[in-house]
Design a protein around this ligand. Structure first.
Ligand SMILES: Cc1cc2nc3c(=O)[nH]c(=O)nc-3n(C[C@H](O)[C@H](O)[C@H](O)COP(=O)(O)OP(=O)(O)OC[C@H]3O[C@@H](n4cnc5c(N)ncnc54)[C@H](O)[C@@H]3O)c2cc1C
Length: 459
């Protein structure tokens, strides 16, 4: 263990007590970025329970393949974090133009579905357009007062919002089946705060152009993306971790006492801290607090998420050139599948390709063997492979929590929990610490900001 940033003392029971200024729970990108900003300025400990840093943005190696925890692509939007991430990657990256498709009805459409209806069978396309125009008219007030207008749905919830925005046809064929397959939660209970950055909303002309024209501009936050050339996305976490003297892997926090400012570790040692940054899942973090008020425990118990299983495959070539695909139909067991070696050839040995298939559940386990059999058949059907014998390596990974569920319970619980954390001076950040639908750059940004807040107090 590295000791440069901690003082090691024995308590009355002869157990080790480490002392530091700032304890950071979790060594994913949020925790690593916080440590990066504190390094050399004040003592800190990053306690990471796994034996490697990076959290969901780590990369695991097997038989010459580099497997991520599903596709992890960088979409950089803020100057400060962009400059830092690119500096750390030091040229070890590719910038790619997205080639993503929707696989359905035996066809492939460019993504996003709603802006690319042209390749659908005529009957489905005209249903989508008819319903879309009805919804667009209703939104513009042209059908106000008419009985069949689409202004009825309750737009507080995803299914109503989607119906009002895209019409019943686009919803029936893609928006509802795909998002239910992903979230595994009733879409008439899912709220819509998360939609804006992630779901492109083309206007009337753009939808018509995508249905009948020659195809238009690309839509969405991920039209182009950055991916490390060598080492998978884990290359970024490794660069953050490289010079962090306070990073401790294999160190699991099992309880926290905000009155005594101590954390208990799984190996029975304690850490005494002044400041605390949490990046572990918020509901878990509340559950390990000593002396938590009942209303906060209850609020945390209302937070929900899905679980994603990722099946990484090492495959002999040939494979198609697509980056990834969306699969709304039930006959495909996965909701999304990608070919990581099409982002960077270095994720697979020569002559090989690497795939990731994503399966979502509401938390239940999945039967790996039957999921594999169904997936291999589906991969043949969508043209990712020609023959099952091409598959030579596999690795299952479990991500839980994976996608936070936005519902009324979350909207009620989060402000209560946040107020309690603020009272205790705890910063709970990152995708799961803040319990939100966010991305790697945001985790880095929040880590830097949390460290900044602590440094300001130290002045
Ligand atoms: C399926 C999927 C695909 C995604 N794709 C993308 C993408 O393409 N692009 C993108 O930008 N983002 C993507 N994301 C989001 C991205 O993974 C996260 O935003 C980012 O990794 C969050 O980093 P974090 O540090 O907040 O959390 P985490 O990576 O979850 O890190 C938290 C760390 O805390 C540790 N920990 C937990 N409990 C304890 C404990 N008790 N003691 C010590 N340590 C503990 C964990 O082991 C973990 O390492 C995706 C997410 C998912 C689920």
């Amino acid at each position: 263990m590295k000791t440069a940033d901690v003082q090691n003392k024995k308590n009355d029971n002869g157990q080790d007590t480490l002392e530091t200024d700032t304890l950071i729970i979790g060594g994913g990108l949020a925790g690593l970025a916080a440590g990066y900003a504190l390094e050399g300025k004040i003592p800190y400990i990053i306690a990471e329970k796994e034996c490697f840093p990076g959290g969901l943005s780590a990369t695991l190696k097997r038989n010459g393949y580099s497997f991520d925890f599903s596709g992890h692509l960088l979409h950089l939007r803020w100057p400060q974090t962009k400059a830092l991430i690119l500096k750390l990657l030091a040229g070890n990256f590719n910038t790619l133009a997205r080639d993503a498709r929707v696989y359905m009805l035996g066809r492939q459409l460019p993504f996003p579905f709603q802006a690319n209806l042209k390749k659908l069978p005529e009957k489905v396309r005209s249903e989508c357009i008819r319903e879309f125009l009805k919804a667009a008219d209703a939104a513009e007030g042209k059908t106000r007062g008419k009985k069949d207008s689409c202004s009825v749905p309750d737009t507080d919830f995803y299914s109503g919002w989607a119906e009002r925005t895209f019409g019943k046809g686009i919803c029936r064929h893609f928006m509802l089946p795909y998002n239910f397959k992903l979230l595994q939660y009733p879409l008439n209970l899912v709220t819509t705060e998360w939609c804006a950055p992630f779901i492109p909303v083309p206007d009337r002309n753009e939808v018509l152009q995508g249905a009948y024209g020659t195809g238009g501009r690309k839509f969405g936050y991920n039209t182009s993306f950055i991916d490390p050339l060598r080492g998978g996305i884990g290359a970024l976490a490794e660069k953050f971790a490289e010079n962090l003297k306070g990073l401790h892997t294999g160190m699991e926090v099992v309880s926290v006492n905000t009155k005594t400012h101590t954390a208990l570790l799984k190996d029975s040692r304690r850490i005494k801290f002044r400041h605390l940054i949490n990046t572990s899942p918020l509901n878990f973090f509340i559950s390990i607090q000593e002396n938590t008020p009942e209303n906060i425990k209850k609020a945390a118990s209302l937070l929900k998420s899905n679980t994603v299983y990722v099946l990484n495959l090492g495959v002999k070539k040939p494979v198609p050139k697509v980056h990834w695909g969306y699969f709304p139909e039930k006959k495909f067991p996965f909701y999304r599948a990608g070919i990581a070696s099409n982002f960077s050839k270095y994720t697979a040995p020569r002559g090989r390709a690497s795939f990731y298939l994503e399966f979502a559940t509401a938390g239940d386990p999945i039967d790996f063997e039957s999921a594999e059999q169904a997936s291999f058949k589906a991969l043949k059907e969508c043209g990712f492979i020609k023959n099952i014998k091409q598959i030579e390596t596999k690795m299952w990974l479990r991500l839980s929590p994976a996608y936070v569920i936005y519902d009324k319970d979350r909207a009620k619980a989060l402000p209560q929990i946040s107020a309690w954390l603020a009272e205790k001076g705890i910063q709970s950040i990152g995708r799961y610490g803040a319990w939100k639908y966010s991305f790697m750059e945001e985790a880095v940004k929040e880590g830097l900001e949390a460290a900044e807040n602590i440094l300001k107090q130290a002045v």
